[in-house]
Design a protein. Sequence first.
Length: 98
Amino acid sequence: MYVTLVHIHVIPEFRDNFIAATRDNHLASVQESGNLRFDVLQSPEDSNYFVLVEAYRSREDAAAHKDTRHYLHWRDTVADWMAEPRQSVPFSGLYPQF
């Protein structure tokens, strides 16, 4: 399992738009054949701070996600709403095993 934690700080005035756009990306991403989960988390202490938990069966499945229409649309839509560049941190998932 290949997991990426994506840390995102959003400019406050774009928070609601970001949540809506990310919901659309989430709904499409969980339909991808290699996707195991796609969680969208919002900090209870900073409502402008989000973490996306993206789990795919393989590194190749995760890479294929970045070529999807919904991801490219999300990326381009939210780019100017971020307070700083997003940070992606890759992990190898140990458990659960798929």
